[in-house]
Design a protein around this ligand. Structure first.
Ligand code: MG
Length: 177
């Protein structure tokens, strides 16, 4: 009987040159609070509720980044039960995720996102959101995809949902041999 092959000395995942991450989030609209999407404040009579500033897109991006390096999720790092995150700027969450991505030896290659909400219309703000997200991630604007859909048949007109995928590539420092 043939002997079983010895286990490889290195886990295969450490040899991958790219990684993919997926993030998803939803928040309900509440009257009388600012609406933040992608780090931009949009003029609207309702905002997204939540323990932090409710930025559904930045939360989904943060989780996509953390997922890409198999890290802890946003709720584990920044628990809603912790009063220090009450009303927090979600850019803080994103920056922590980016720090972890860099520490793991990766940079962001590109990102794609889909927002699902009935109102307000995202189209007029899409360029500003893409510019802001690209700036936060340190990548060109043409590496940030943003699409908006209305929730046809989903009965979620009082909520905003975000789906995000990110692709990471090994940073030059790590790949240099
Ligand atoms: Mg959230």
């Amino acid at each position: 009987m043939a002997k079983a092959k010895a286990a490889p000395t290195k886990a295969r995942s450490t040899q991958l040159e790219t990684r993919i991450g997926f993030g998803w989030d939803s928040h309900a609209f509440k009257p009388g609070i600012p609406l933040l999407i992608g780090g931009i404040q949009l003029a609207y009579d309702k905002g997204l509720g939540g323990h932090s500033d409710g930025d559904v897109l930045l939360h989904a991006i943060t989780d996509a980044l953390l997922g890409s390096i198999a890290g802890p999720d946003i709720g584990t790092l920044f628990p809603p039960s912790d009063p220090q995150w009450k009303g927090a700027d979600s850019v803080i969450f994103l920056q922590e995720a980016l720090k972890r991505v860099a520490a793991a030896g990766y940079t962001v290659a590109n990102l794609d996102s889909t927002l699902i909400l009935n109102a307000p219309k995202i189209g007029p703000h899409a360029a500003a959101i893409r510019t802001r997200v690209a700036g936060l991630l340190g990548i060109p604007e043409d590496c940030v995809g943003l699409k908006a859909k209305t929730p046809e048949g989903l009965n979620t007109d009082n909520a905003a949902v975000a789906h995000v995928v990110v692709l990471l590539q090994e940073s030059k420092k790590k790949t240099a041999r």
